[in-house]
Design a protein around this ligand. Structure first.
Ligand code: MLT
Length: 306
């Protein structure tokens, strides 16, 4: 009987599925790297979210491991080349949290445009600062989407419903798909220069790291707003801070940071920045979906090799 280790907090649905399929599932969360290395050799499968770091050292100790399943999208916590070299398949669940993450990006866009977190804190403090919180409308604004895949395309549909004009940069977006979505496919430079609000929905790779760096930010419209619910390294935080201080960038809404957990970030404490602690996938619906999907995918792989 195959054995799976669930080393991050997943919905109990995952364990139920493993057990129904005749797979032994042990849930051991919060393991140190040493503890994980000490036990990983017993397992055929590993189910994770983002907390478990699957390093070369973990893989070297994983003598029986056949599959790693990430309940979520990003596999940046897995050394994928090392896994591939060891013959371990790495799978993710690209669809399960797409709606939830897209909704978070839309919520962050509104929160930034209307300063909702700041106004909420002020109102709770009994200040009634009605004239302090002047916002901007989203309707009629140009939304630039960098990465128009599973999540970006849902953001596009929602934004069109809000009467925004949507332009998208994505080398993998076909002209037909862009037309179906009602977005204008543009190159990156065009997007950077035309957008009133830029939202990122692309993975972090060597090509996308720092895609919004000092040079890109300098070419944006004055008063642009930036939303990042994808990965921290996509935006150069020092350059963003400088541009917020100079007023070139009017505001930013950030769910992700270059270093996570982010406890001491240069952007913290700025009035023009709205932050959340990587909550993009944090809804009960999304967590149920990704747990179910990852358990089914790992089970299928271990039981049928499919
Ligand atoms: C993902 O990659 O699925 C999201 O960033 C959510 C997460 O890491 O929890």
């Amino acid at each position: 009987m195959p054995k799976v280790l669930v080393s991050d907090k997943l919905s109990p649905t995952a364990v139920e599925i493993f057990r129904e399929r005749g797979i032994t599932a042990d849930v051991k969360t919060g393991l140190t790297p040493e503890e994980l290395i000490a036990i990983i050799g017993e397992y055929d499968g590993l189910a994770i979210r983002s907390a478990t770091k699957v390093t070369k050292a973990v893989l070297a100790a994983a003598s029986n491991l056949k599959v790693i399943g990430r309940a979520g999208i990003g596999v940046d916590n897995v050394d994928v080349p090392a896994a591939t070299q060891s013959g371990v398949v790495v799978m993710n669940t690209p669809y399960g949290n797409a709606i939830t993450t897209a909704e978070h990006a839309i919520a962050m866009m509104f929160a930034q445009a209307r300063q909702i977190p700041q106004a909420n804190a002020s109102t709770h403090a009994g200040k009634w600062e009605k004239s302090k919180f002047m916002g901007v409308e989203l309707s009629g604004k140009v939304l630039g989407i960098i990465g128009c895949g599973n999540i970006g395309s849902i953001v596009a549909e929602r934004a069109i419903g809000l009467r925004m004009r949507v332009i998208a940069y994505d080398p993998f977006l076909s002209p037909e798909r862009a037309t179906d979505l009602g977005v204008e496919k543009v190159d990156l430079d065009d997007l950077i220069q035309r957008a009133d609000i830029i939202t990122l929905h692309t993975p972090l790779t060597d090509k996308t790291r720092g895609i919004l760096n000092a040079d890109a930010i300098a070419r944006m419209k004055k008063g642009v707003r930036i939303v990042n619910c994808a990965r921290g390294g996509l935006v150069d935080e020092a350059a963003l801070k400088a541009a917020l201080e100079s007023g070139h960038v009017a505001g930013a809404a950030l769910d992700v940071f270059a270093e996570e957990p982010a406890r001491d970030n240069p952007l913290f404490g700025m009035d023009t920045v709205v932050c959340t602690p990587h909550l993009g996938a944090s809804t009960s619906e999304a967590q149920e979906n990704v747990a179910l999907q990852v358990a089914e995918q790992i089970s299928d792989f271990l039981l049928t090799g499919a």
